[in-house]
Ligand binder design. Structure first.
Ligand SMILES: *[C@@H]1O[C@H](CO)[C@@H](O)[C@H](O)[C@H]1NC(C)=O
Ligand SMILES: *[C@@H]1O[C@H](CO)[C@@H](O)[C@H](O)[C@H]1NC(C)=O
Ligand SMILES: *[C@@H]1O[C@H](CO)[C@@H](O)[C@H](O)[C@H]1NC(C)=O
Ligand SMILES: *[C@@H]1O[C@H](CO)[C@@H](O)[C@H](O)[C@H]1NC(C)=O
Ligand SMILES: *[C@@H]1O[C@H](CO)[C@@H](O)[C@H](O)[C@H]1NC(C)=O
Length: 434
């Protein structure tokens, strides 16, 4: 009899603690907000209210994670509340830009009625935390990303809301980034009546909806069996460890990687303005190896390799929770790789997903835009070999050497080898995930 009551009581205590903590959070935020005077020096390009909210959001994060830690400790003794018991999975697709993550994200977006899928929700967090230098404070950003992900996996949008600019009113926003890329946010249940005169840039395409009601989104999310989020913003897998330790979650990480030479070639097209130095070097045939841009490339490669190394070492905390996939393998064998990914997550590989893959890996060239997910994938995967100059490929090989080796991408030694399609640059490599 006693144990029957203990569990609800412990749960209630935990809730009360969290409630109290969030009161503190809002008081802290209010205080921080009211402290500001209109004379606050404003960073160029960032509104003062954005800076204020950035500060308040960051301040509230610390409180939030301590509340979560406390609750975890309380729940530790009661495995009944562990997510594993419910079979609910929380999938995080981790990638970097131009690695085919939109395409791979569709594998989960198309799963059907059992899945709540979110496309790049952390875009808002990164935008809000971007400093005048153009970068972010990596420590602060990592923490914010993690806590927003934690809440979203629990169908709570409140922390994300604090990063949306303009701030949602009554949980309604017309500004959610790429809403239409999450089919979960455009379903009937999340579609409020269309409002004339309200502009929503990323409005639903599948049906005519009013601005997004995040309360509806949250309710819909709670009804779904599984949840998946795609993000190109998390830099270090290790920063997400607290999510694995959160008893309410059963997290599965899928890290998607792609040949850095192909990624660079793709970025030079997609982000032409940002990559104009590279374009210049490509034309000149000369790359200043100690340039900041080259150092940034090296930094990116190192970051990806370090996360993968953590995962591939299979530490106890990640056992059964980490899978590495190469975009090239998905492009060449989409059905097989999707099947493996679903097997890893423990979620049924539905006929809808299979149909989507069939349809979208055989599409012809005409449909492909810059952000298109429709492509003849096995053809696309080698295209960079004819657009990236050999000189640039060499530079990537030089600064990303260990990354190429770890993922099994072969270096080229001549222009002829680069452009000879009969020579595969992808070594067969199996990355165990169990
Ligand atoms: C943000 O916080 C920092 C220190 O935490 C402070 O120096 C700065 O003035 C704050 N800015 C605003 C606009 O609140
Ligand atoms: C969990 O159980 C252990 C042993 O039964 C006990 O010592 C510990 O205090 C409990 N922790 C909590 C938070 O209830
Ligand atoms: C980054 O943020 C953390 C905490 O949020 C702070 O302790 C640290 O000083 C910041 N670093 C820089 C370089 O601003
Ligand atoms: C948003 O959805 C909630 C839950 O159904 C509802 O109570 C609320 O009135 C909706 N808000 C608006 C502005 O329609
Ligand atoms: C896709 O591209 C590959 C390689 O170029 C080619 O063999 C295949 O026939 C193409 N498929 C379609 C449907 O265009």
């Amino acid at each position: 009899m006693r144990i029957k009551y203990t569990i609800p009581v412990v749960f209630l205590v935990a809730l009360v603690i969290i409630e109290k903590e969030s009161n503190i959070i809002s008081r802290v935020s209010d205080k921080m907000a009211s402290k500001q005077t209109p004379q606050t020096p404003v960073q160029p390009g960032v509104s003062s209210s954005a800076v204020r909210r950035q500060n308040a959001s960051v301040a509230s994060l610390g409180k939030l994670s301590s509340a979560v830690t406390l609750m975890n400790r309380c729940l530790d003794n009661h495995s009944d509340y562990q997510a594993t018991a419910s079979g609910r999975k929380h999938i995080l697709l981790l990638a970097t830009t131009r690695t085919g993550s939109s395409f791979v994200g569709e594998f989960f977006n198309q799963q059907g009625d059992n899945m709540f899928y979110l496309f790049e929700p952390l875009w808002h967090v990164e935008k809000m935390l971007t400093l005048e230098t153009g970068g972010t404070n990596a420590t602060a950003a990592a923490k914010a990303y993690r806590e927003v992900l934690r809440q979203l996996f629990l169908c709570d949008f409140s922390l994300l809301e604090s990063f949306i600019d303009p701030l949602p009113v009554d949980h309604i926003t017309a500004s959610l980034f790429r809403r239409e890329s999450s089919s979960s946010l455009c379903r009937e249940a999340v579609c409020s009546p269309f409002v004339k005169g309200v502009f929503e840039r990323y409005h639903c395409r599948s049906r005519r909806c009013g601005p997004l009601n995040l309360t509806l989104a949250s309710e819909s999310c709670l009804r779904k069996e599984h949840r998946a989020i795609k993000s190109v913003r998390v830099r270090q897998l290790e920063t997400l460890r607290p999510l694995v330790e959160d008893r309410r979650l059963d997290v599965k990480f899928i890290q998607l990687v792609r040949d850095p030479r192909a990624v660079l070639a793709s970025r030079m097209v997609a982000f032409a303005a940002k990559y104009k130095n590279w374009k210049q070097w490509a034309t000149d045939g000369d790359v200043p190896i100690d340039d900041d841009e080259v150092k940034k490339l090296k930094g990116n490669c190192d970051t990806i390799r370090m996360s993968a190394k953590v995962g591939l070492k299979r530490p106890a905390w990640l056992r059964g929770r980490y899978m590495l996939v190469r975009y090239e393998d998905i492009a060449r064998f989409p059905m097989r790789k999707a099947g493996e990914m679903y097997k890893f997550t423990g979620i049924p590989f539905t006929p809808q997903v299979k149909a989507w893959i069939l349809k979208n890996t055989r599409a012809s060239k005409e449909t492909s835009g810059v952000y298109s997910t429709k492509k003849n994938s096995s053809e696309q995967v080698e295209k960079w070999r004819f657009t990236l100059p050999f000189k640039i490929a060499q530079v990537v090989q030089e600064v990303c050497g260990p990354t190429l080796t770890l993922f099994g991408y072969k270096s080229v030694t001549s222009k002829e080898m680069l452009m000879d399609k009969s020579i595969s640059l992808i070594e067969d490599k199996v990355f165990d995930f169990l």
